[in-house]
Design a protein around this ligand. Structure first.
Ligand code: HEC
Ligand code: HEC
Ligand code: HEC
Ligand code: HEC
Length: 183
């Protein structure tokens, strides 16, 4: 009798395990796959619409930092990781720290259905939500610290997000952002 109830409990927990954890794992896998399919496009594509931001960014060290590596260092994976943005779909390396190093690979979120002036003005919350779902990142400290870290970075300088974030390109004040539909 005792043996039977142990078996029953075992079967019940097995059923729970099967139905309880598998769907969650499936969902996580799907999520990871979705993330992996966002492609990089390069800063020029963002600059078509964001020309002021693009011009401001070009003035920063981020825009030219790959050139600070010697020809040898430009081939070393242990150096390039933080001095490049990523790769285009055809495998071309995007040198330097471009928009998408901070804002995420942009092929999906730069779509005119999402980053559309009229639609954004009419319903910024909806458009912003769509952009985030398509991979847009509003950078926070951890998005910088993946590069601004001591590990592997012999040139490390102390990094304080709040003090440095305004240096990446001019960023709108809260008031300006609010006028255009809030942040
Ligand atoms: C077709 C024009 C267009 C392209 C291309 C484009 N954007 Fe945008 N983007 C917009 C518009 C319009 C908005 C709405 C807010 C505004 O007017 O600044 C916006 C908003 C944003 C925002 C602010 C989101 C928010 O929550 O307020 C970020 C960040 C951004 N874009 C980054 C990028 C990056 C990075 C790229 C390149 C991968 C890019 N955009 C390409 C037109 C574009
Ligand atoms: C983990 C990310 C990371 C890695 C890996 C990395 N760097 Fe850097 N590098 C940075 C950051 C961030 C800075 C800017 C300094 C700072 O604020 O930490 C920088 C700055 C530099 C500079 C400019 C220094 C200056 O004072 O102007 C050179 C040159 C450089 N790195 C070369 C290299 C070389 C060579 C390697 C490989 C041996 C390398 N980096 C690996 C993140 C990295
Ligand atoms: C080194 C990281 C970094 C790079 C590179 C970068 N950005 Fe940003 N971007 C930020 C941060 C940080 C903010 C402010 C986020 C906040 O205030 O919440 C921001 C804000 C924005 C905004 C919102 C509007 C505003 O003015 O606040 C737009 C649009 C934008 N970036 C577009 C771009 C484009 C286009 C490029 C490339 C030409 C680019 N960014 C490159 C980090 C970066
Ligand atoms: C992909 C790696 C990477 C990311 C992500 C990154 N940085 Fe950097 N950052 C660098 C490197 C490399 C340098 C060194 C540039 C040089 O001196 O050549 C640097 C330099 C800087 C500088 C000095 C630039 C100047 O013109 O004096 C500031 C400020 C800075 N980063 C802020 C930020 C902030 C804020 C973020 C996040 C919003 C960020 N960075 C994200 C790699 C990165």
């Amino acid at each position: 009798m005792r043996k039977l109830s142990i078996i029953v409990i075992l079967f019940a927990s097995l059923a729970f395990l099967l139905t309880g954890t598998l769907p969650a794992e499936e969902a996580a896998k799907k999520e990871a796959k979705k993330e992996a399919t966002h492609e990089y496009v390069g800063a020029k594509k963002c600059g078509i619409c964001h020309n002021d931001v693009h011009a401001a960014w070009l003035e920063t060290e981020h825009a030219t930092t790959f050139g600070k590596l010697s020809a040898e260092e430009q081939k070393k994976p242990e150096c390039v990781t933080c001095h490049i943005t990523g790769k285009l779909a055809d495998g071309t390396v995007i040198e330097n720290v471009e928009c998408e190093a901070c804002h995420g690979p942009g092929k999906d979120f730069k779509s005119p259905k999402i980053m559309n002036k009229k639609k954004w003005a009419a319903d910024p919350e909806k458009q912003r939500k769509m952009a985030i779902e398509a991979g847009l990142i509003h950078p926070v400290e951890k998005d910088c610290v993946r590069c601004h870290t001591k590990e592997g970075n012999a040139n490390f300088k102390e990094f304080k997000f709040a003090e440095r974030k305004g240096e990446v390109h001019a960023v709108k004040t809260k008031e300006e952002a609010k006028e255009e539909g809030g942040k």
